[in-house]
Design a protein around this ligand. Structure first.
Ligand code: NAD
Length: 493
């Protein structure tokens, strides 16, 4: 092992372990190995799930009041806020996401744990006015069981908070699998989970590859709930694995989110919204506003402003606070983008800016902010999720055309509408087939608001109150308050 490497450990049953197999994590900014990560084996996954299953029923966790569980989540939130600079450094180092974004996002991740800490003792059943004499009927909301949480490489602390927070608030226990790309921040989170004082086995954190670690986790017979974020192809495998045990599953998948811009808008302001949507996080965001639909009256002015703004974006070393766009997380990702951009140009798209790796950064997986004007929706970049800084633009004349283009996608995660016309905004909100509609803003999130998509973008919602209920199961209780003998047993009452 290179002595300059940092080393990370997996966290099972309250213990840090070096692991029996390892892989090297590469820095996206240089392409060089910088850290050694444990690659969890099937046996490690089995131990982690068994630990979570034991913890689920152990007095140290089951015996806590909901308020006490909430306090543990608050403690974890405080520790995340305290160590945000170090967590941000690790995420930037391991994924290439720029430090100004990781620092801001991790500060906000603490708020997710606070929100769910606050909800822990608001999860409640109901007393039911049942239509039988002498019967008290009520429901209890009980933890659903052991949760397998699986996240992709982008924003791992954020994407795991929306799973761990509601799961622990509900009283479940969790085995979290970090992505094999950029797992450092989640393995570092394990140290804070330990320091916060969660009982052993309540939250276990592993990393490893999908085919062995991910498959073993999602097929494990003791897992009752799967919370997955990643691509649709992997989601199909996971649903297949979950079917063995009929584990309840939520899926947060990709997107090809449309942004609709109507005549009469303030071009400078809208330009900032579009740039935030597609070039923030180098476009490696599930909600990236990657399909821009522009009404013809504002098209020329907006495109001129947008191309000029894209060329001003400061590309650089991701740890530099001045950098606005860093490298892509993996070389494979850049190669995929290069292929689709090339195929789109061959299919008739016009490259307005970008379309290559910047010359000043020969190392690492950089790619310039790219804008393609597309003649129609058949061009590959219009319907392929690229997960990178590539904006496909289409022109429209009427509202009907805009809606038809916007809804012409197998995905349905997010959408954006920029308009000065309130009635038009409402018509769009009603008719857009997407789980999120942002009007005159883009890429805003909060723990209080549900998040999730339609169609190939997934199943279920993360965030908000309904997410915590998804980690519970309902028990119905019938209690006979009469002292009279039980009547005729062959008549159902
Ligand atoms: P991916 O689907 O390849 O991997 C995601 C995770 O699944 C990784 O941890 C991986 O190890 C694991 N995995 C792979 N094969 C598995 C298997 N057979 N069984 C169990 N686990 C397995 O996704 P990716 O390339 O890492 O991430 C990009 C995708 O994630 C994009 O499609 C993006 O849109 C999506 N995404 C969605 C959201 C959202 O909230 N909707 C957020 C971020 C990313």
């Amino acid at each position: 092992m290179n002595p300059t490497h940092e080393t990370f450990q997996q966290y099972i049953d309250g213990q840090f372990e070096p692991g029996s197999q390892h892989f090297e994590s590469l820095s996206p900014a240089t392409g060089e190995a910088w850290a050694r990560m444990p690659a969890a084996t099937e046996a490690d996954v089995d131990r982690a799930v068994r630990a979570a299953h034991r913890a689920l029923h152990a007095p140290a966790w089951q015996g806590l009041t909901a308020t006490q569980r909430g306090k543990l989540l608050h403690r974890l939130a405080d520790l995340i806020a305290r160590d945000a600079p170090e967590l941000a450094r690790l995420e930037t180092q391991d994924t290439g996401k720029v430090i100004r974004e990781t620092l801001a996002q991790i500060g906000y991740v603490a708020e997710y744990y606070r929100y769910y800490g606050g909800l822990a003792d608001k999860v409640q059943g109901a007393h039911l006015p049942v239509d039988k004499p002498d019967i008290e009927a009520y429901t209890r909301r009980e933890p659903i069981g052991v949760v397998a949480a699986i996240v992709p490489w982008n924003s791992q602390l954020f994407l795991s908070a929306v799973k761990i927070g509601p799961a622990l608030a509900a009283g479940c226990t969790v085995v979290l699998k970090a992505s094999e790309e950029g797992p450092a921040p989640l393995l570092a989170l394990a140290r804070l989970v330990h320091e916060a004082g969660f009982p052993p086995g309540v939250l276990n954190i592993l990393t490893g590859f999908g085919q062995d670690c991910g498959k073993a986790l999602t097929s494990h017979p003791l897992v009752q709930r799967i919370a997955f974020t990643g691509g649709p192809e992997t989601a199909r495998h996971i649903v297949h694995n979950a079917a063995q045990n009929l584990a309840a599953t939520s899926l947060e998948l990709g997107g090809k989110s449309p942004v609709l811009v109507f005549n009469g808008v303030d071009v400078d302001s809208v330009c900032n919204g579009i740039v935030a949507g597609i070039f923030g996080a180098s476009g490696q965001s599930c909600v990236a506003g990657s399909r821009l639909l522009v009404q013809s009256g504002v098209y020329d002015a907006l495109m001129a402003r947008l191309v000029a703004r894209a060329r001003q974006i400061r590309i650089g070393e991701p740890h530099d606070p001045a950098t606005e766009m860093g490298p892509l997380a993996t070389l494979k990702q850049r190669q995929h983008i290069e292929q689709v951009v090339q195929a789109s140009i061959e299919a008739g798209a016009t490259l307005l800016t970008g379309g290559q790796a910047p010359a000043d950064f020969p190392l690492g997986h950089y790619y310039e902010p790219t804008i393609l004007a597309c003649p129609d929706a058949r061009v590959p970049c219009v319907h392929t999720e690229l997960f990178g800084p590539v904006l496909s633009v289409l022109k429209f004349d009427t509202e009907e055309e805009a809606l038809a283009l916007a809804n012409d996608s197998a995905y349905g995660l997010a959408s954006g509408v920029f308009t000065r016309d309130l009635a038009q905004a409402h018509r769009m909100i009603r008719q857009l087939r997407a789980g999120i509609v942002w009007v005159n803003t883009y890429r805003v999130v909060s723990p209080i608001v549900p998040f999730g998509g339609f169609g190939l973008s997934g199943l279920g919602r993360e965030g908000g109150l309904e997410a915590v209920l998804d980690y519970t199961r309902t028990k119905s209780v019938w209690l006979n308050t009469s002292d009279a003998p039980i009547p005729d047993p062959f008549v159902m009452r």
